[in-house]
Design a protein around this ligand. Structure first.
Ligand SMILES: *Cc1c(COP(=O)(O)O)cnc(C)c1O
Length: 240
């Protein structure tokens, strides 16, 4: 993808694409944040995008992320970084996530929420979290069921070291915009149901490189974009 274009060109094109999708959906451009998903790309790519003004970066593979965060902090001391963990979480790997990340968007069960809360260093701000919900029912996917979301939100609300910000989902890939929107609207209902239940949420994390227009149309407040910005990823990323 975009073999000839440079990172600054792709970043500018992505921001323009988000802006025109917001226009089409009659939304303020400032109502949608961009999370740059840098998994499998190295610190120099992150630093390049950070120097263009991007602050929020998403990572899925813990060991890779920890090395990258250190490298970015060492070489980019003048830059602001906000690190989001967006990958599946094994319960024996929660400590470095609680210690090194600002956000965790992939909280999908009580055990993980409790461990992250216990392990969040008290001198840091609360960990900002999203519930990951599985709306496509694929057994292989992470995420709680829509029915489990309210109970999980209630548990998180009892943990002062965590601050629940919203809901994240990765629907099954689908080329058809109408079906993309249908899946996103299911995520949006879970989000608005939680708001109606009294949770003070501001983050509906839906939309990736191939479906961000549909996500914006369905109310996304945070897009998680990797390949449209950094380029195509190797097919089989190194396992943890
Ligand atoms: C990899 C990843 C993305 C980015 O996907 P692209 O299609 O490359 O934009 C977004 N969200 C999560 C959870 C991911 O793992």
């Amino acid at each position: 993808m975009n073999g000839e274009s440079t990172l600054p060109q792709r970043y500018a094109a992505l921001l323009a694409r988000i802006e025109s999708a917001c226009l089409v959906s009659d939304r303020a451009v400032g109502s949608v944040r961009l999370l740059a998903v840098s998994k499998t790309f190295d610190a120099s790519a992150v630093l390049s995008v950070a120097r263009l003004g991007q602050t929020a970066f998403g990572e899925s593979y813990l060991q890779e992320a920890l090395v990258k965060i250190d490298a970015c902090l060492a070489s980019g001391a003048d830059l602001a970084f906000e690190w989001h963990f967006i990958g599946p979480i094994q319960s024996n790997k929660t400590r470095p996530i609680a210690e090194r990340f600002d956000w965790v968007q992939s909280v999908d069960r009580e055990k993980i929420a409790r461990r992250l809360a216990e392990q969040r260093p008290p001198d840091l701000a609360p960990l900002q979290v999203c519930l990951q919900v599985n709306v496509s029912g694929e057994a292989s996917k992470s995420g709680c069921t829509p029915e489990e979301a309210l109970a999980l939100a209630r548990v998180i609300a009892t943990l002062p070291a965590l601050r629940l910000r919203g809901v994240m989902a990765i629907p099954a890939p689908d080329d058809d915009p109408a079906r993309q929107r249908e899946q996103f609207s299911r995520v949006r209902s879970i989000y608005t149901d939680l708001q109606a239940a009294g949770f003070d949420l501001d983050t509906l994390s839906i939309g990736m490189s191939d479906d961000l227009e549909s996500a914006i149309a369905e109310g996304s407040t945070m897009l998680r974009v990797g390949s449209a910005l950094f380029g195509r990823r190797p097919p089989n990323p190194v396992a943890q």
